[in-house]
Design a protein around this ligand. Sequence first.
Ligand SMILES: NC(=O)c1ccc[n+]([C@@H]2O[C@H](COP(=O)([O-])OP(=O)(O)OC[C@H]3O[C@@H](n4cnc5c(N)ncnc54)[C@H](OP(=O)(O)O)[C@@H]3O)[C@@H](O)[C@H]2O)c1
Length: 292
Amino acid sequence: MTNTQHGPVTVLGLGAMGSALALAFRKAGVVTTVWNRSPGKDTELVAAGAVSVATAGAAVRGGELVVVVLLDHASVHETLDPIAAELTGKQLLNLTSTSPEQSRELAGWATAHGIEFLDGGIMAVPAMIGAEGSSILYSGSETVFTAHRPTLELLGSAEFFGSDPGLAAQWDFSLLTVMYTMFGGFFQGAALVGAAGVSASEFAARASNWVAAMAQSLPAFGRIIDSGDYTGEVSQDLVFTKTALDTLRQSASDAGITAEPLAGFADLVDHQVADGHGSAAFARTIEALRGN
Ligand SMILES: NC(=O)c1ccc[n+]([C@@H]2O[C@H](COP(=O)([O-])OP(=O)(O)OC[C@H]3O[C@@H](n4cnc5c(N)ncnc54)[C@H](OP(=O)(O)O)[C@@H]3O)[C@@H](O)[C@H]2O)c1
């Protein structure tokens, strides 16, 4: 099955994510050429109608849009540098998780070689690609984004953030920061309640409801931070927060577990109180992150 509504696509990298992306393209009938450094990862894709080729250069020739989804920034350069000439005049989409500065560097490299560059941050795991809940954040060339938007929407919702090629990664990494700190907190909580014999599964059921309820307060925190005024009516000030965090650290220590995930955050609160901001809103902790 071929769908001529979508231009041909090349996918460089058939790890868990690259395979999921290529499969979503093929399921919609997009002409898809794939390449992977190591052989043997293309079986399902070839069965689904993808064209698998032996070199990255040959793969690039098959696609109008070239999607690179490799391990990291270094592997992207290792793969693309030798085939820059083949990429000239093409449209390149980097879906490798590169830092904002690395995405900007790649954009500069692409421009210098006459390649149009779009960067993306994938807010999904491979099993979610093409399904509800999958979201990809884009920035860089709006021309590339607009030209291929229907094809990109086969992977998940597609949102363009602006011409700064590092912006999608900036959003991506900020959201991942929230995610990993949440997981760190969950692991510490599971260890703490586990010391009393509660299973992690039982804890998870209650913790997920608690996280969802607490997430409701994020917009209010956002408004306080954006106003820069931490002195208004506060439901939770920094002294109150410090007292709570000190007790949490003590309870971890009493249970014989490390409070490391919480400790970095608690230190920021301690510094704010030590600097005389004890009566300010808890949201003022962000100023400690900014070095204020
Ligand atoms: N998996 C996720 O949940 C997820 C979610 C969002 C974003 N991402 C991002 O998507 C990217 C790919 O992730 P993945 O899950 O597909 O990882 P993966 O399963 O570990 O696959 C890594 C891919 O990179 C290739 N590779 C590694 N080093 C290379 C090099 N020096 N030259 C050429 N190819 C090289 C591997 O090729 P070989 O097969 O030859 O080793 C493989 O195709 C990462 O940047 C990741 O952060 C992943």
